[in-house]
Design a protein. Sequence first.
Length: 158
Amino acid sequence: MISSMDNIKKYKKLKAGLNKALAAEMGAFWAFGGHTDKEDDKQLKQIIMQVRLDELNHIDTLIFLLKKHGVRRNRLREAAFELIGRTVSFACKFFPNHRINSVASYMEKLGAANYRELAGYARELNLPYVEQQMVWMWQQESTHQYFFDKMTELYNAK
Ligand SMILES: [Fe+2]
Ligand SMILES: [Fe+2]
């Protein structure tokens, strides 16, 4: 049947998407370490630290969902993204604040779009719990994007 073949494909895409998202979140978590250190303003630093904690929460959620759906984690990809994240974290020392925040905003935008797409698959597959988690993370990444847009504006105005 076409529809069930379709669903098998969607389920595969959903699982692969969750696995890639995990590696990306790990990269983000490491990258935000350097971003936090770079920020001198106490209140802004608090916000970036909170964002970083949100990403840690997303990592937890994704690990849980992958386990629940029997997906094997791609440790090599995770290690690659950790390396990228640590490199970005270090590179923050050499880039101006407006640039760092605009890159962060762009990455958050990609993350939000990805969770939005995965929420759609979960919805079509009638997996309400997964859908709820994807919508929640989509919403959080959008909020992160908003913060980084505001910070970019702030530093551009200086
Ligand atoms: Fe995240
Ligand atoms: Fe985020």
